[in-house]
Design a protein around this ligand. Structure first.
Ligand code: TXE
Length: 485
């Protein structure tokens, strides 16, 4: 179904101007809820990336570079207020584009506003130090922007990921070139329009939609870029890191995970149950920090599986605007990947404990899958090791703390973990021993936590975004030692 969109979608935004991509080419943007074409977007080229980097450099040398930290913060705060005024419009765009239920789109728009408020408020609070040094010296540090920062964003949470990376980079005074995903980039374009309205100087933010191997690769290879921030797959993350190495620039990689929630027998199961399931099916499981593995102590294994299964059977899957529990997957390719794992579960004789239902009037062309709970999965099985990126959770039994840790730490990834136990000493022991970037105790924040530093270890990547910590990542520390006698 053709939807009416509030602005022209087939342009790049460079140096404060909207125009067609340099080659004049466009790409179709699919609507995951019915497979139709939602819009045409610009197919940005290497020439467009060149122009965007030049515009960012000009902004740094000009009006943008001259602003004080407080002025940058005020612009971000203004943008945050404008996002809040446009929550419904942004939520609808994100829902149509990504296929997520409207309520999730709304939550993402509010999270974007929070990032802008947070980084707006933080912009003028990044302090240096004075360092006791030799007699006759004053030594001090301050933080400077890297310069031009490149931001490669995936399709699963465009608003949130733009907020956490571009928001922090702008707060520190960098000029940004944003390459949204070819599968979903409407809210990246809306973000640029809101930045314009808020009064950001031309070139502070540039948006070049296009294919990963074209605009994306051109941005990562560009010698005029001083920092790269990438969220996406492990395979592409490695390419981005290799490109960054060729230009010897820092790179932040957030590459997803296979995050566990660990349920001990003494846990408050009533409190845990909603978190166990929601963190697996939120955004149709297409969440970097999805809790795709549920590890359960054997004494309560059957009870937890039965109670999770009950919730799964109540899940309704349908088009984004119907605003049910779960929407479609982003693309035919993602549908194939998830279907492959479901077939593998059947072929390996694994026990499907429960599935949700696709509503009978879901459009035939949409990429829907039934949310699926698979119980009693051996911890070395592919379903328990590989990121599926769909509404599929595996439940694994364990005996005691040591085995829980061995299984939890036993994948290539290490992004987030959840621990459910009433034992305070165990909470701390587990939090210390888990190999990952974030641990939630008696709660779990899939995709959330504007204030909380976030990032992975191992195949989940490195560098930290979100929270105050991101401001350090998006700046370089300079030390100054003055001999004054
Ligand atoms: O990722 P890609 P895809 C995982 C998830 C999913 C798989 C594949 O498991 O099934 O990755 O998804 C840009 N140089 N995650 O194919 O390719 C691309 O245009 C520079 C987890 O969508 O990594 C897009 O903007 N850029 C993840 C972005 O990279 C390139 C979220 C992500 O695309 C490029 C998404 C190149 N050569 C997928 N090739 C998470 N961590 O949350 C592509 N891109």
């Amino acid at each position: 179904m053709r939807e009416t969109l509030p602005f022209a979608t087939n342009e790049v935004f460079i140096g404060g101007r909207w125009r067609a991509a340099s080659g004049g080419q466009t790409l179709p943007l699919a609507n995951p809820s019915d497979g139709s074409t939602l819009a045409e977007i610009a197919r940005g080229s290497a020439d467009d990336v060149d122009a965007a980097v030049a515009a960012a450099q000009a902004a740094l040398a000009g009006d943008w570079g001259r602003l004080t930290a407080a002025e940058r913060g005020r612009l971000l705060a203004t943008m945050g207020r404008k996002v809040l005024e446009h929550v419904e419009e942004l939520a609808r765009l994100e829902a149509l584009d990504v296929g997520k239920p409207l309520k999730q789109g709304r939550a993402d728009a509010v999270a974007l506003a929070r990032y802008l408020e947070f980084y707006g408020g933080a912009a003028d609070k990044v302090m240096g130090e004075t360092i006791p040094y030799l007699n006759g010296y004053t030594a001090l540090t301050w933080r400077e922007p890297h310069g031009v920062t490149g931001h490669i964003v995936p399709w699963n949470y465009p608003m949130q990921i733009i907020g956490r990376s571009v928001g922090a980079a702008l707060a520190m005074g960098n000029a940004c070139v944003l390459k949204p995903a070819e599968e979903a980039c409407l809210t990246a374009l809306a973000f640029a329009r809101i930045a314009e309205e808020a009064g950001f100087p031309a070139g502070a933010l540039n948006v070049v939609p296009g294919l990963g191997e074209e605009a994306g690769a051109a941005l990562t290879a560009h010698a005029g870029v001083q920092h790269l921030s990438f969220t996406g797959s492990v395979a592409t993350g490695r390419l981005v890191q290799a490109a960054a190495a060729r230009n010897t620039i820092p790179v932040t990689l957030e590459l997803g995970g296979k995050s566990p929630q660990i349920v001990f027998a003494d846990a408050d199961l009533d409190a845990a149950l909603p978190f166990l399931v929601n963190a697996g099916i939120q955004n149709a499981g297409q969440t970097c920090s999805a809790a795709s593995r549920i590890l359960v102590e054997r004494a309560v294994f059957d009870e937890v599986v039965a109670r999770m299964a009950q919730r799964y059977r109540a899940l309704r899957v349908g088009p984004a605007l119907a605003d049910l529990d779960v929407g479609p997957l982003i693309s035919a390719r993602q549908h194939e990947i998830v279907s492959h794992y479901l077939a593998l579960a059947r072929d390996s004789g694994l026990q499907v404990a429960a599935q949700g239902e696709i509503v009978h009037d879901a459009p035939a062309g949409g990429w829907y899958v039934r949310p699926t709970l698979v119980a009693g999965v051996p911890d070395r099985h592919a379903l328990a090791q590989e990121e599926i990126f769909g509404p599929v959770q595996v439940v694994i039994a364990f005996d005691g703390e040591a085995e829980a840790l061995r299984i939890a730490n036993g994948t290539a990834y290490g992004l987030v973990a959840g621990v459910w136990t009433r034992d305070g000493s165990r909470q701390l022991r587990m939090a210390r021993a888990l190999k990952c970037g974030q641990v939630f105790v008696n709660n779990y924040g899939a995709g959330g936590g504007v204030e909380l530093p976030f990032g992975g270890v191992g195949a989940s990547g490195h560098g930290r975004e979100k929270g105050f910590e991101a401001l350090y990542g998006f700046s370089a520390l300079k030390t100054v030692a003055i001999l004054h006698g």
